[in-house]
Design a protein around this ligand. Structure first.
Ligand code: M6R
Length: 611
């Protein structure tokens, strides 16, 4: 995780870097630091805590350089502390480095450097990098820019693991080198200036033109020029791509928090994700996936692989694909899939879902599936993300930048896109025409229905005020409602730190009901007409044992329960897109009542780029 930002140009680097870092804080906020070069001298300033703490460190006011690098940290190796903060420098203070990723062989490299007289100030894996650069630089026979470049490539050729690096050198006060492998990094292009960042939204207010680096690609930059090359110093030609997101998309735009804004953006993000992919009367169109009827007929298993919320979207996807395409689907956590020798071959189709497109486990699972001969489809929200570059086909959710650590609009957009892909496959396979046509109509109604659901927020806020001091809650549902229960429970844990568990409603009596006592909160989702009776019985079972009940439903219930949130009726296959919203809001309002930082919950980071 961690976020990195850099600037090289004619403006003062510090405010640009601090602005970018504060936007990247969702990636980690244990410590922050900055390095700039001014009058040929490297200066670094670091601080424990957030970017706002860094801003107050004495000496910050005098940093005036026009090139610099910055870092916001999510601690992996070495506890959060000033000495473990980035930028790290080599022993002679000639090179400064910020790093996002993990150097797996850092212990061996540290031993190697110690044998060569180097000492270490931190417990981090990163500190080996500036020292290795110094080592290669000092023994190099190269001259000019090549001496710096070669020291960096030689260093990277010794590193195992993942890294996005920004490197400054005292001897090169007008240059910066950046490189990436398995960690994200983009370069924004301006007029005689470059902006570097772990993600696009952090620098979107400065430029809309971006170079996307692939693994093991380096960039050597001056204010005017940029040269790309590979680890063997072979030049690479690259053109900048223009991004259509507007800068406002990465701002709060009047909302108190990004999470609240993103919950409210869901009608827009669903509308944009649908785009022209489906219409009420025509056939679906997904030009990004080029598969034939013969191929789809040969597929005997679909895997949906993802982590966290994206995996929860996958559970809903399973029901949709099985219902429309009649192909068995398994959903798996990428972190499990990648280590268990799954049975995959050319008849297996693997779908990988990742909002960021940078989740390390999901990318590793994708590489594994490809190596076993499966076809792979990535669903991502970030154009040019790592996952999109690995998969055979990529289809994008158009949710816009999701900044809050707790995923909301990406989840609903992922379900909408899974439904659209399932429709597309069913049409190619000429299956379930009637169901498909009905589902298309229902998907097109979702944006307006989402606005209806948002009108329940006052009722939800009141319930949050009653329950925010609790320590345990339960979520129950059947079928896709159970999938939503899992997501509601995750949201609550993430941002309110309340322990919660999600169970299929019918499982309560097999054990968990022993935990239900007076005043325990049980949250139920009930959107399947066929299962109303059964689900209501389950809710009554907990209610008679004294539970407070909060029910999200689009069915008429013939019993009175504590709090009932009524949402519009829709096709059960896509009902999670509506039923999850009250659960997102409930988690949000509980977190606010507790006075917590909704957008940056403790211990979490937005993109989990480590295993
Ligand atoms: O970027 P990804 O979709 O691959 O992220 C996967 C999970 O890390 C993510 O969904 C996580 O569970 C969120 N914090 C949930 O709100």
């Amino acid at each position: 995780m961690c976020g990195i930002v850099g600037y090289i140009g004619r403006k003062e680097a510090k405010p640009i870097i601090l602005n970018g870092l504060s936007r990247l804080e969702y990636r980690g906020y244990d410590s922050a630091g900055i390095a700039t070069i001014e009058s040929g001298k490297l200066t670094t300033i670091k601080s424990l805590g957030r970017v706002s703490d860094l801003e107050k460190v004495p000496g910050m006011e005098s940093l005036k350089g026009t090139l610099g690098i910055g870092h916001t940290r999510w601690a992996t190796h070495g506890k959060p502390s000033r000495e473990n903060s980035h930028p790290h420098m080599d022993n002679s203070e000639s090179f400064a480095v910020v790093h996002n990723g993990i150097i797996e062989n850092y212990a061996d490299l540290k031993d190697f450097l110690k044998d060569n007289g180097y000492t270490f100030l931190s417990q981090t894996d990163t500190e080996v990098i500036p020292n290795l650069i110094h080592f290669h630089y000092s023994v190099s026979t190269e001259t000019g820019n090549k001496k710096f470049i070669k020291a960096v490539t030689d260093t990277c050729n010794m590193l195992k693991g993942s890294y996005a690096l920004e490197i400054l050198a005292n001897d090169y006060p007008d240059n910066m080198i950046v490189v990436r492998k398995d960690s994200p990094l983009v370069i924004g292009k301006g007029q005689d200036e470059k902006y570097i960042s772990s993600d696009i939204p952090a620098i979107l207010s400065f430029t809309k033109d971006f170079y996307l680096l692939n693994d093991n690609e380096f960039a050597f930059m001056s204010r005017e020029n940029i040269e790309f090359f590979d680890k063997n110093l072979r030049p690479i030609s690259k053109t900048a791509q223009s991004i259509t997101w507007n800068a406002g998309a990465a701002e709060k735009e009047g909302f108190e928090d990004f999470m609240l804004k993103e919950i409210h953006e869901q009608s827009k993000s669903i509308r944009e994700t649908i785009g022209s992919r489906i219409t009420e009367n025509g056939s679906s169109s997904i030009p990004d996936i080029d598969v034939s009827k013969d191929y789809l007929k040969s597929v005997n298993k679909i895997f949906i692989i993802a982590c966290g919320t994206a995996m929860h979207a996958g559970y809903v996807g399973k029901t949709i694909f099985e219902s429309l395409c009649e192909i068995p689907v398994e959903v798996e956590a990428a972190s499990e899939f990648r280590y268990r020798n799954p049975i995959i071959n050319e008849k297996t189709l693997c779908l990988f879902i990742s909002q960021s497109g940078e989740t390390a486990d999901t990318i590793a699972a994708l590489k594994l599936a490809k190596s076993c001969g499966a076809r792979t489809i990535a669903i991502s929200n970030v154009i040019g993300s790592s996952i999109s570059r690995e998969a055979d086909y990529t289809v994008y959710t158009h949710a816009g930048p999701e900044i809050a650590v707790a995923s909301t609009k990406a989840y609903t957009a992922q379900i909408a896109l899974l439904a659209i892909i399932a429709i597309h496959f069913a049409e190619i396979l000429e299956l379930n025409e009637e169901k498909v046509n009905e589902l298309k109509k229902d998907i097109l109604e979702l944006p307006n229905q989402i606005d209806e659901v948002l009108k329940t927020k006052e009722q939800i806020k009141q319930f949050a005020q009653r329950v925010y001091k609790e320590t345990d809650m339960f979520f129950i549902g059947r079928g896709v409602d159970y999938a939503v229960a899992l997501e509601g429970s995750l949201k609550l844990k993430e941002i309110s730190y309340i322990h919660s568990e999600a169970y299929p409603s019918g499982e309560l009596k097999h054990g968990p009901i022993a935990l239900i006592e007076n005043n325990v909160t049980v949250i139920s989702v009930l959107t399947n007409r066929m299962l109303v009776e059964k689900s209501v019985s389950n809710i009554q079972e907990v209610s008679t044992r004294g539970a407070k009940t909060f029910i999200v439903t689009n069915q008429e219930l013939n019993h009175s329960f504590d709090t009932v949130i009524n949402i519009p009726k829709t096709n059960v296959l896509i009902s999670p897109i509506l039923s999850v919203i009250p659960l997102q809001l409930l988690a949000y309002y509980i977190s606010k009542e507790k006075g917590l930082d909704v957008d940056k919950p403790r211990n979490l980071a937005k993109s989990v780029t480590v295993e």
